[in-house]
Write a protein that binds this ligand. Structure first.
Ligand code: F6R
Length: 610
């Protein structure tokens, strides 16, 4: 979603801002802009479109500075155009800011500012902030204080960066519900909404917490709360390399991330398997282990692909732990006054760790006294920091908007949690050891599936112009059907639906004719015979069947039109394998349609607004 970068120091700010914005492009955006201070004046360059377009506008202007802020906008209020692109300024143009998030009371604030004589240029909620800060500066406050006074009137969320030609040697940053990090350099400092935008310059960072405002100079920074309380912040080191952020020779980040799954799953497992004890070890859960083992109910909440991983975890928890488990969309959970009782443990699943609905759901659950466990990829992310305990999935940075390796790593971590708790409950050592052995085989099995790439590409060629797809699975593979359909629709714009295979008879079968491809996730497990009957039902109506089946399954070839064979494993781990052909199928179909798979239209990598 929207991205923020900022710089104050001794170097030319333009390349630093542009490089930072390029690193944030993956989050999804529709316009971009910067503001720098030149000879006591603010210079704003912005437009609808890509960062490369902004870069040429900035080059053409030939202005330079050692302080500046930059933004990529994903429209929430007002269409994507020049006027609505950030930065925004007050009327005199000497207070300039960029903002991620939503000012919820912007209409009330706007009306009050209009009665005070302020006029508005844009349709954005952000512009009220520039005028509001102006009000407080005109009352004699310095910029740092004026920003805090303005923010005390604001309801909503913000990641904010402000500069002013009235005080040209400071940069103000603030955060509430939208991430913001300070990068600490030598005689220079940086800000960004995501560490990836600043790690080429420094690995020393300070994460702002909600309600904090920082005054940053080239020499240092200080942080206060909106309510004026001085805060001392810890500088931490980020362990991320540039290669981890680059495409590593692949055409797209999405393909790189799909192909990386043998390593990313291995990284999720690294140091966490104890063969002799037939169990796993998850340091982040040690302080809550007893509570989890005796929990009366688990609730798993998340959005999108992360929600699908919660659905798979529900099968794991109920099969091995016999703990009642509910899975809920975070956006529904947060607003429905959920019933939370003693003995409940709630898992918040998020690749980014910044998804607004999931974060708000967690804050709501905390208010109600629930035990909150974060399952995140983003190290130091808001969900990771605000949860009581948690487990990092260690998938590495996921840049492609469509989540792939984070999903398989989330499933891996849920299987590790299941093993850990099951061994504390009633699973035998022998059974635990079998599961540990199966975990160890996963990376090799994923490699084998990835070798089927060209076969899957051929199938994609056949179906690239198909307007509709159905995905069907049962048990553990029902959520995989949902995930396969989501992958296809989000990057290829083909309409696709996922269903439990037997549910098909209650409606979707009406869609089936000779033009309808139906993807069955049909590994050899306890539902195999049932799903075979469902395949027959589709064939009887002349539907086209693409089956994801187990390697030694010859029977499937006699009924399916196309089959993709994956190695067998225990039921709990099957989704980690069965989803991979579906990721590749969606990928190749979208590529063959000539689409931008890394940044599909209308989507953002990190949805930091509700
Ligand atoms: C789909 C996808 C989204 C995310 C969802 C939650 O490919 O990426 O559906 O899964 O926006 O994001 P996180 O996991 O960052 O909370």
């Amino acid at each position: 979603m929207c991205g923020i970068v900022g710089y104050i120091g001794y170097r030319d700010t333009n390349p630093i801002l542009i490089e930072g914005l390029k690193r944030l492009e993956y989050r999804g955006y529709d316009s971009a802009g910067v503001c720098i201070l030149v000879d006591g004046e603010t210079v704003i360059v912005k437009d609808k479109g890509k960062v490369s377009h902004l870069e040429s506008l900035l080059d053409a202007k030939n202005v330079h500075s050692t302080i500046g802020i930059g933004h990529t906008r994903w429209a929430t209020h007002g269409e994507p155009n020049f006027v609505n692109a950030h930065p925004h300024s007050n009327e005199e143009g000497d207070i300039v800011l960029i903002h991620n998030g939503i000012i919820e009371n912007f209409n009330t604030l706007k009306k009050s500012l209009i009665t005070q004589g302020y006029t508005f240029k844009s349709d954005t909620d952000t512009e009220v902030l520039a005028h509001l800060i102006d009000v407080f500066m005109k009352k004699g406050n310095k910029l740092f204080r004026a920003v805090r006074l303005a923010l005390s009137e604001v309801e909503g969320t913000y990641g904010l960066a402000v500069i002013s030609s009235r005080e040209p040697n400071i940069l103000i940053a603030a955060r509430k519900g939208s991430p913001l990090v300070i990068g600490v350099g030598d005689k220079e400092n940086f800000i960004a909404s995501d560490v990836s935008a600043l790690i080429t310059h420094t690995k020393q960072v300070v994460y702002l917490d909600d309600g904090e405002v920082a005054e940053i100079t080239a020499e240092g920074f200080r942080v206060k709360t909106v309510q004026d309380e001085e805060i001392s912040k810890e500088v931490t080191e980020v362990f991320l390399t540039l290669e981890e952020l680059d495409r590593g020779g692949y055409d797209t980040f999405m393909l790189k991330e799909i192909m990386e799954q043998p390593e990313s799953v291995l990284n999720s497992l690294r140091g966490r398997l104890l063969l002799d004890e037939g169990t796993s070890k998850l340091g982040g859960l040690e302080n809550v282990l007893d509570k989890l083992v005796t929990a009366k109910r688990f609730i798993l909440t998340a959005c999108g692909t992360s929600w699908h991983s919660g659905l798979v975890a529900e099968y794991m928890f109920e099969q091995y732990l016999r703990i009642p488990t509910e899975v809920e969309y975070a956006s529904e959970f947060r607003y429905r006054n959920p019933i939370i009782e003693p003995g409940d443990a709630i898992f918040f699943i998020s690749q980014s760790g910044e998804t607004a609905d999931t974060l708000a759901a967690m804050h709501e659950a905390k208010r109600k006294g629930a035990l909150c466990i974060g399952i995140c990829n983003g190290v130091g992310s808001s969900i990771a920091r605000d949860s009581d305990s948690g487990v990092y999935i260690h998938a590495g940075p996921e840049i492609g908007v469509a989540s792939t390796k984070a999903f398989t790593s989330q499933l891996t971590v849920f299987a590790l949690i299941t093993l850990l708790l099951a061994r504390k409950k009633d699973m035998s050592l022998a059974d635990g050891k079998i599961i540990v052995e199966e975990f160890k085989l996963l990376p090799g099995k994923i490699k084998k599936i990835l070798e089927l790439r060209s076969r899957i590409e051929e199938i994609a060629e056949v179906f690239k112009d198909t307007p509709n797809f159905l995905y069907l699975g049962r048990g553990y593979n029902f959520p995989v059907a949902l995930e396969g359909a989501l992958k296809l629709k989000e990057i290829s714009y083909i309409h696709a639906e996922g269903y439990p295979a037997a549910e098909m008879k209650h409606g979707p079968i009406a869609l089936v004719d000779k033009n309808m491809p139906v993807v069955f996730i049909a590994p050899k497990d306890s539902t195999y015979d049932k799903i075979n009957s469902n395949i027959q039902e589709i064939k009887a109506r002349k539907g086209i069947v693409i089956a994801i089946a187990t390697e030694d399954d010859d029977r499937i070839d006699t009924i399916a039109d196309y089959s993709i064979k994956i190695p067998g494993t225990i039921r709990m781990l099957t989704p980690i394998l069965s989803v991979i052909p579906l990721q590749l199928l969606a990928y190749f179909i979208a590529k063959k349609k000539g689409l931008n798979v890394d940044q599909p239209r209308n989507l953002a990598k990190s949805v930091t607004v509700e």
